[in-house]
Design a protein around this ligand. Structure first.
Ligand code: G3P
Ligand code: MG
Length: 230
């Protein structure tokens, strides 16, 4: 079974520092996290960067689309994927790399992500976990670099969850913890998948989910959830 820590810090420690920045990764480590989750997408010149939204506006104030911006023109607060990996090496952090493609770039984003991991991921860190809401990104990652474990991201668990998970040969299911029901959790765990939930910032909710069989909680507040699950 895919081994993950009990707690993964979402976009770094997004409750305490600007999300998906080197500062938020340092904050996550300081607050006890051993892994972080990040979102990776491509610039206009196909450089992988760490950014959640398609637009730079919400997190940087710059009213421009990431896919239409050259890497050289990015605000300094936005790390490239390579800079993020170097930071993980310095901090000893594992990573759930969410492939977050801009529309139409599902396959390309996956290809560039795994190529970067193959070239840059430090051997002394635990192997990264790839995840995505885009089945095409996961299938492309599998084809290009089957050695990296994958988790399928499901906003809601429909009847087709198992077929979709098998189709991309994922070992994990990452889902919205607020919508997960106990019977579904049992079904997924009994089928042998590693079950992770996002984005849970309340200790009691995290405890209840772990009680349902959830293996890993992805949270903006890793210190709060680590304490609740201790
Ligand atoms: O990977 C878990 C979570 O990050 C998925 O949703 O929108 O926060 O990327 P989102
Ligand atoms: Mg994400």
């Amino acid at each position: 079974m895919l081994q993950l820590p009990k707690v993964i810090a979402h976009r770094g420690a997004a409750a305490y520092a600007p999300e998906n920045t080197l500062e938020s990764f340092r904050e996550a480590r300081k607050r006890g996290a051993r892994w972080v989750e990040i979102d990776v997408k491509l610039t206009a010149d196909s450089v992988p960067i760490v950014m959640h939204d398609s637009s730079l506006k919400r997190t940087t104030g710059v009213d421009r689309m990431a896919a239409q911006t050259l890497a050289a023109d990015l605000p300094k607060s936005v790390p490239t994927f390579e800079q993020a990996i170097a930071c993980f090496q310095e901090l000893g952090l594992g990573c759930n790399v969410e492939i977050k493609p801009c529309e139409g770039r599902e396959a390309e984003t996956a290809r560039v992500t795994v190529e970067t991991l193959r070239r840059c991921w430090p051997a002394q860190l635990p192997p990264p976990l790839l995840s995505s809401f885009a089945d095409l990104s996961l299938a492309t990652a599998r084809q290009g670099a089957p050695e990296f474990d994958r988790a399928i991201l499901l906003g809601e668990i429909g009847e087709d969850w198992r077929a979709r998970t098998e189709a991309v040969d994922a070992r994990g299911v990452n889902t919205n913890g607020k919508k997960l029901t106990a019977p579904r959790a049992v079904e997924i765990v009994q089928a042998g998948y590693t079950l992770s939930v996002y984005t849970i910032n309340d200790g009691d909710v995290a405890r209840a989910l772990v009680g349902m069989g959830v293996h890993c909680v992805i949270t903006d507040a890793p210190d709060v959830i680590l304490k609740a699950l201790a």
